[in-house]
Design a protein around this ligand. Structure first.
Ligand SMILES: *Cc1c(COP(=O)(O)O)cnc(C)c1O
Length: 367
């Protein structure tokens, strides 16, 4: 492959997760073809954004849809739109929020994560509710005031058992006229999540285009309120705005549309069964090795309903040394560390005979 030889990059098998630092996911042929097709022609960019959005909205049973350069950019644009709306002076002014009436974004303390940068990048102020362990209804009620722009809900590994249920958050916020935005970046599968959060009453749900959707790496999908989405478009590229640097190309728009179409037509049941077979095979083979125990782990680290294999090592096996050896091989193999002397093997991004290569390499290292 020329990208490897030309740049001297080592090929890598991703048995970890659809992590951005590993290139996210790989694009299937229909997505690549759509991007290539789009790359050949001039178009009116805002017209294309509207038409692609309308198609994706229809396909995903949403009022409207918008293509961003990633879930993180979608959060920033949503935050900008929730503060500046369509007011040209405010759009011009962000991230300086002086004089803007609504600039506060309520977030569960337990949800705080690296992506709240995306809210602050637009100039938004994050207001925490609850503790790391639990959050009460009165805390949300008390935090909502006339400066509240929205409640942001982060769905995934950070969502905890002590959180207010999302339905409750939506009920309380909506009753006070406050929008609820769900960061669902890694919440595919299940495919129904493309409409589940908005049907629950969330104002918007935001997905990464470059994770399991296998769209362009620099794409994100925002679905929900048409009013919010038209304000996001005004706060985004090509307009001179806080979102100007988050330029969405025609190729990303076409690629994401193709990726959504593909994802909706996939046999998700068959995919699950394939991953289950891989995990069962890994477990059986690895459990035969003295000092090694392998078990099925469910759901995976992002809370997706897909299995992984957790491999636990007895001393003197050292988890970090094993991870380093897997990465040092040719091809390199990326896996995830656990919390103890253990690793996770994730089949979700593996293709062809990669599951076998991962198993054989691990067995070789352990013997
Ligand atoms: C991956 C992820 C993001 C960022 O998605 P990008 O498409 O890479 O911008 C944001 N929030 C959560 C919870 C994520 O898992």
């Amino acid at each position: 492959m020329s990208i490897h030889t030309d740049l001297g990059i080592r090929p890598l098998i991703n048995a970890s997760a659809t992590l951005t630092r590993l290139g996210g996911s790989v694009m299937p042929p229909e997505v690549l073809e759509a991007m290539q097709d789009a790359a050949r022609y001039h178009i009116e960019l805002d017209d294309m954004q509207r038409r692609v959005g309308a198609q994706i909205a229809k396909l995903t049973h949403n009022e409207a849809a918008f293509v961003a350069t990633g879930a993180s950019a979608g959060i920033t644009l949503a935050a900008a739109a929730l503060m500046a709306g369509k007011n040209p002076a405010f759009i011009q002014q962000l991230p300086d929020t002086t004089g803007m009436p609504k600039t506060e974004f309520i977030v569960h303390k337990s949800h705080r994560n690296g992506y709240d940068h995306a809210i602050r990048a637009a100039g938004g102020k994050v207001v925490e509710i609850g503790t790391a362990l639990n959050t009460h209804e009165w805390e949300l009620g008390h935090a909502i005031n006339e400066r509240t722009a929205a409640v942001f809900w982060f769905q995934g590994a950070m969502t905890g058992i002590g959180d207010l249920p999302l339905v409750k958050v939506i009920e309380i916020a909506k009753a006070r006229g406050v929008p609820v935005i769900v960061d669902a970046a890694a919440q595919l599968p299940p495919v129904e999540n493309l409409w589940k959060f908005t049907q629950m009453g969330a104002t918007m749900a935001i997905f990464s285009g470059g994770k399991d959707l296998r769209g362009p790496q620099a794409s994100g999908l925002c679905v929900g309120s048409a009013e919010l989405i038209s304000a996001m478009a005004m706060n985004g590229s090509p307009n001179h705005s806080v979102g100007r640097g988050m330029k969405v190309g025609k190729e990303e728009m076409a690629g994401l549309l193709a990726a959504v179409k593909r994802y909706l037509s996939l046999d998700h049941e068959a995919r699950l069964l394939k991953d289950e077979r891989v995990v069962a095979k890994w477990n059986e083979a690895l459990c035969g090795i003295p000092g090694v125990c392998a078990e099925r782990s469910w759901p995976n680290e992002a809370g997706q309903p897909l299995p992984r294999t957790r491999v636990v090592f007895d001393p003197p096996y050292d988890r970090d040394a094993i991870i380093a050896k897997l990465m040092a091989g040719e091809p390199a193999i990326a896996v995830s560390p656990g919390k103890a002397n253990d690793i996770y093997l994730n089949p979700m991004s593996l293709e062809g005979d990669e599951a076998e290569i991962v198993l054989n390499r691990l067995i070789e290292i352990l013997s």
